[in-house]
Write a protein that binds this ligand. Sequence first.
Ligand SMILES: *Cc1c(COP(=O)(O)O)cnc(C)c1O
Length: 383
Amino acid sequence: MNVPLLDLKAQYATIKGEVEAAIAEVLESQHFILGPKVDLCEKAIAAYSACSHAIGVSSGSDALLVCLMAENIGPGDEVITTPYTFFATVGAISRLGATPIFVDIDPATYNIDASQIASKVTDRTRAIIPVHLYGQVADMDAVMQVAKERGLVVIEDAAQAIGAEYKGRRAGSIGHYGCFSFFPSKNLGATGDAGMVVTNDAQRAEKLRCLRGHGAKPKYYHRIIGGNFRLDAIQAAIVSAKLPHLDNWTAARQRNAKRYDQLFREAGLPLGLPAVVTDRHIFNQYVIRVSDRDELQAFLKTKGVGTEVYYPVPMHLQDCFAYLGHAAGAFPESERAAKETLALPVYPELTESQAQYVVECIGEFFGQTVGAPSSDRSHAVAE
Ligand SMILES: *Cc1c(COP(=O)(O)O)cnc(C)c1O
């Protein structure tokens, strides 16, 4: 059986007509830059994230960058974040000449260990970027507490967490800014690069709008230096067309995660399961922890099961950040996670028999027979 890590074609088959109609409308209008489709998408994402403002931008990476720019963060400033994240989180900080200051992760959730943040705050600290990794919100009460005490700005990297909730609050609505990515493999994916910033602060929203269009206001009058960070109208129309399906897709991801949890618990295999500590984990990834990770991944590949390592090298050990001077061992939980984590297929269209097969294969790797006999399995393939 073939089980890809993500099957975007399966999803596209269910919404093809809607997506094609959305694209066709933009083509008929010939309105490609900002305009009504971007406005509508912004309103929809603001509402979905329980925020009063949303500003469409060119990517999740640019969402992070433009928030830091809006705070005039640059050389001499420090920004606290986690080393166990996608490059963009840290890249945005360093591109502006500011210094990323790392805080290790909580090994249970893989999110920033908020209890360690206060000890890293200096007179130069300006902001904190918690990352809601794999679709679960970081410990935002603790993050906001430190931020409030020390007068810091909080930029939520919610690229993997649209619709996730923490104590009844939506990802992106808790800090001063929330950043979303519509990269195709995110839970709400465009058909190219796209992103969004959400905020409840009208002044910040206005500055972000200005910055994404070269800092011009009005047109051709530049008080500040921005860039071209605009959300494309075709991508906005596609995101808007897909948004009404997002809650169903999230429910399917959660069902798949629960199914894995149950199958793995019944099998009693020597691996760590995802810890769900918030009300709404949206499972952009279902990540297990296992000591022979690379061997398991190679074995699953031979079985036709797609997996991925998010992420094999923590940011403090990346070549490009060597100038920060961190040695191996500096952030032990991030380093251990980089060696032990493996993301399994959890996409909404994953069938019960596919999930069963994945667990059986992992059981086989550990020399254990798991679940249904193979006759049931071949029957289930037809599902
Ligand atoms: C995907 C991602 C980003 C960047 O988003 P892009 O749209 O690909 O630029 C930033 N941070 C995290 C944690 C991500 O997963």
